[in-house]
Design a protein around this ligand. Structure first.
Ligand SMILES: [Zn+2]
Length: 163
């Protein structure tokens, strides 16, 4: 889709995925890409997306569906081993960036105890997601996020994606 000017704006995920040096990419297969969320000091906040530009889950083919389901499960399992992480929220909007991607958001123990972010005594997931994305926003790539990306590359490189 074109914005009122002369050329369509490039898709930021297609740009990132085509960069073999991207410091955010953890795993790249011909079908899917697992990467870290940029601009946030929250280690383990990952993004899962198809490698090609697909705008909604209805456009995934069988192979992509299978691999992404498997990767989502493995990624959630890994995120849950990180210190303080109690849950992983999985969200997809496609408003700001049209390339289908799932946010795998680590909800920590401290976030779940935040008295401002409770609803009927339980952690209020949508509010936690919104507030902590603002609170933890940082420019660049924090060292601890970079270190985690390097470690997860090893973890995900150890076993074949599909049995
Ligand atoms: Zn794209």
């Amino acid at each position: 889709m074109e914005n009122d000017g002369v050329r369509p704006s490039p898709c930021p995920l297609c740009v990132r995925f085509s960069d073999p040096e991207s410091p955010l990419v953890i795993l790249r297969s011909p079908l899917s890409v697992l990467s870290h969320m940029p601009g946030i000091d929250l280690p383990g906040y990952l993004l899962l997306a198809p490698a090609r530009h697909v705008e909604d889950a209805g456009g995934l083919d069988r192979e992509e569906q299978g691999e992404m389901a498997l990767l989502q499960s493995r990624a959630v399992r890994e995120i849950l081993t990180l210190p303080e992480v109690r849950k992983v929220y999985v969200l997809s909007f496609g408003e700001a960036v049209p390339h289908l991607h799932y946010h795998l958001f680590p909800r920590t123990e401290a976030m779940g105890r935040d008295p401002e972010l409770l609803a009927h005594g339980a952690p209020d997931g949508p509010k936690i997601f919104e507030r902590y994305r603002e609170r933890l926003a940082v420019p660049g790539l924090p060292d601890r996020v970079h270190a985690l990306v390097l470690r997860l590359r090893t973890v995900f490189g150890e076993k074949p994606l599909l049995p």
